[in-house]
Design a protein around this ligand. Structure first.
Ligand code: ZN
Length: 408
């Protein structure tokens, strides 16, 4: 894991050779030698090497920066390309992603990027890394929309029709010679997550991506367990590559309908406004929040930005739009705060960002009193609807203390 910063360009060096009379040049036909690449082993470019290699450029044993390589017959398939610094989601601070210098030297042999799902730690570094490769990105429509909006916001030179290949979120077969990649649906906290079966004549590898196995997901079909069972007993399966946050926790996952029922009860009991904070791209959670609000006689809304973006990024308002566009949210499920702010407090339920105490996210700004059009009140109830991501404990406890001091 490295922190990557752009290098300053070298200053041009003055030519110190004394000027000489130009000699007539000999024209010699010579085959161009391939450039020597440091760290290359003797099998490196062997198009007949029948082994499958796996390399993790990032993502193992820590949160974020997921980027993996599969190599077969001298060709490289990239799976995911994520950010390693959570502050990026709210557009502040340094950024961290994988150092791809090694892979850039093998750029001509990279066949493409396959994206498992649209979380920032799986797609967020494409905006920095993809321009160095310009190879097709294969993903479903939800991450594709995030990428298109992000690339456009950064005024990147790209052609969405050519550079981003959208495949069916119910499953697809992708041909990236010499690989074939079969995808199938897995439940996760962002829509359209995919497991990959990477197929070569030498064997198959199951690459799970992140998974939640939340089988009452209200906006999607459950995980394709039949396909998972089938591939598990396939004699051609060489390995299963799997690394998902909290995968080692033994207890059962809380289901989305359980979360909705808890929301409903708390919203019925709360004397004033209810504020829920969670992950902005968890459309299923937004849907549960909306259903609970309706059941408790409240109107659901998100808190939109109150200041212009410090950098172009896709955030809560855009995810709400995508949720409606792709049919995961109804048109009247979730309004904007500006549309409901004049309702009585006990009729309001507001979803906003900042569950991890991110410096510039809405809840932190509210706690600091930095939002002109919305102030926290002692009668408010604030619900944290996410786990604390390892490493964020201090920032979250700052919020708890601030809220407690306000009498919330
Ligand atoms: Zn994820």
């Amino acid at each position: 894991m490295v922190k990557v910063r752009e290098k300053a360009e070298k200053a041009p060096v003055a030519d110190k050779k004394p000027a000489r009379a130009a000699k007539p040049k000999k024209v010699v036909a010579a085959a161009k030698k391939p450039a020597k690449i440091s760290g290359m082993n003797k099998h490196e470019t062997d198009a007949n090497d029948d082994k499958v290699y796996f390399m993790a450029l990032g993502g193992l044993e820590h949160i974020g920066q997921n980027m993996y390589l599969y190599k077969y017959k001298g060709k490289y398939l990239v799976v995911d390309c994520g950010m390693g610094f959570l502050e990026e989601e709210i557009g502040a601070g340094d950024v961290q992603y994988c150092d791809t210098t090694w892979l850039e030297k093998r750029k001509k042999d990279v066949v493409g990027f396959v994206i498992t799902h649209g979380h920032e730690d799986h797609i967020g570094a494409l905006k920095y890394i993809w321009p160095k490769f310009r190879k097709p990105i294969y993903c479903t429509r939800f991450p594709a929309e995030i990428l298109i909006q992000t690339f456009r916001g950064m005024e990147m030179d790209f052609n969405p029709e050519k550079d981003i290949v959208v495949f069916d979120h119910n499953g697809a077969t992708l041909k990236l010679d010499p690989f074939e990649v079969e995808t199938f649906h897995v439940s996760h906290s962002v829509p359209e997550a995919q497991m990959l079966i990477i197929k070569t004549p030498a064997g198959k590898i199951l690459h799970t991506g992140d998974w939640t196995f939340n089988d009452d997901n209200p906006i999607e079909a459950p995980t394709d367990f039949a396909r998972l069972r089938e591939i598990g007993s396939d004699p051609k399966l060489l390995a299963c590559m799997s690394d998902s946050t909290s995968a080692s926790r033994q207890e059962k996952q809380t289901t989305e309908t359980q979360v909705r029922d808890t929301f409903t009860r708390l919203m019925q009991e709360a004397p004033g406004r209810v504020i829920v904070t969670g992950y902005s791209r968890s459309i299923a959670r937004m849907k549960m929040f909306a259903e609970a609000a309706h059941a408790a006689g409240r109107v659901a809304a998100i808190k939109e930005r109150s200041n212009p973006n410090p950098v172009p990024y896709v955030g809560l308002p855009e995810f709400r739009e995508m949720g409606m566009e792709f049919g995961y949210l109804g048109k009247d499920d979730v309004y904007l705060h500006s549309e409901i702010k004049d309702l009585p407090a006990e009729k309001q339920a507001i979803f906003l960002t900042g569950s991890q105490g991110e410096q510039f996210a809405m809840l932190t700004r509210l706690c600091r009193g930095h939002v002109k059009e919305m102030k926290l009140m002692p009668t408010d109830t604030v619900l944290f609807s996410s786990i604390i991501i390892p490493g964020r404990e201090q920032d979250v406890s700052f919020l708890y203390n601030k809220l407690a001091r306000m009498g919330i």
